[in-house]
Design a binder for this molecule. Structure first.
Ligand SMILES: C[S@@+](CC[C@H](N)C(=O)[O-])C[C@H]1O[C@@H](n2cnc3c(N)ncnc32)[C@H](O)[C@@H]1O
Length: 226
C-alpha cells in the first residue's frame, strides 16, 4: 500500500504510453510546448484515454472541449492504430479551433478526427452523432451548471456499456475552478450519479493515489438489473 513516504519516493512524472510510431514526436512536442497549450490534460489522463481506445476499439468518440488538440491527437492516433472509428472534437473558440484543425491535419488524422466549432449545447451536434456514442471525454466548462448539463448530455448520448471520462473532478481543485462556487464538475457528477445510480456507476481517481490534483473520473452506463 502507498504511504506518504512512498509518495515522495515514487516521483510525480507519468511515463507516456502513447509515443508510438503512429504519432509524429516532433509534432507532439510542438503541441506540448505551444504557448496556448496550458489547460491541456495530463499525461496520466491521456495514457488512460489512449489505452482504453486501443483496448476497446470504439466506433464513435466525442470530446467535449478539445482546446488545441493535446488529447484529440492522442485519441486520434489510437483510432489510426486501430484503423477504425471516428472522434468528434468540439471546440467553440475560434483561436483554439484553428490550432486544433491545424494540428489534426499536421498529424495526418483527418480521416479519424472531425473537429466541430460548436458548443456542446448546439442542437446541430445531433446531426453528426447519428448513433450512440461509445466513449466520451468531457473536459469543458468547469462551472457546476455547465458541467451538469454536459454530464446529462453525455448520459443521453452514451451507448449501453459506453464510458464517460471526466477531467478536473479533483478535491478540492474542482471546487476552486467553479465560477459559481457550487463545487464544479465533481459536485455535478456526484449529484448526477446520486439520482442515476441504477444505470451509471462512477470511479473517482483521487489525488495523490492519482498523480494529478485535477483528478479524473470514469463513468460507465450499464444495465445493472441483468
Ligand atoms: C480544459 S480545455 C480542454 C483541454 C483538452 N481536452 C485537452 O485534453 O488538452 C477546455 C476547453 O473547453 C472549451 N469549452 C468550454 N465550454 C465548452 C462547451 N460547452 N462545449 C465545447 N467546448 C467547450 C473551451 O473553449 C476550452 O478550450
Amino acid at each position: 500500500m502507498l504511504t506518504p513516504n512512498d509518495y515522495l519516493a515514487r516521483g510525480w512524472e507519468v511515463v507516456p504510453c502513447f509515443l508510438v510510431n503512429d504519432l509524429d514526436k516532433d509534432l507532439f512536442m510542438q503541441i506540448e510546448n505551444h504557448p496556448e497549450s496550458p489547460g491541456k490534460s495530463s499525461w496520466g489522463t491521456r495514457n488512460i484515454l489512449y489505452s482504453f481506445i486501443l483496448s476497446m476499439r470504439p466506433k464513435l468518440i466525442l470530446e467535449i472541449g478539445a482546446h488545441i488538440g493535446s488529447a484529440s491527437i492522442i485519441m486520434g492516433t489510437a483510432l489510426k492504430s486501430n484503423k477504425f472509428g471516428t472522434l468528434y472534437a468540439l471546440e467553440p473558440q475560434e483561436h483554439y479551433f484553428k490550432l486544433l484543425c491545424h494540428f489534426i491535419h499536421q498529424a495526418n488524422l483527418d480521416d479519424y478526427v472531425k473537429s466541430l466549432k460548436i458548443f456542446s449545447t448546439d442542437p446541430s451536434l445531433r446531426n453528426y452523432l447519428v448513433e450512440p456514442v461509445d466513449f466520451i471525454f468531457l473536459d469543458a466548462n468547469h462551472s457546476y451548471s455547465s458541467a451538469l448539463a454536459d454530464i446529462r448530455l453525455s448520459a443521453e448520448l452514451l451507448s449501453e456499456n459506453g464510458i464517460l471520462f471526466l477531467d478536473d473532478v479533483g478535491y478540492p481543485e474542482s471546487s476552486e475552478m467553479c465560477s459559481e462556487g457550487k463545487g464544479g464538475v465533481r459536485q455535478a457528477l456526484k449529484d448526477f450519479i446520486s439520482v442515476n445510480s441504477d444505470c451509471f456507476k462512477c470511479i473517482f481517481l483521487e489525488h495523490p493515489f492519482w498523480l494529478n490534483p485535477c483528478g479524473m473520473a470514469i463513468v460507465c452506463r450499464q444495465n445493472y438489473s441483468k
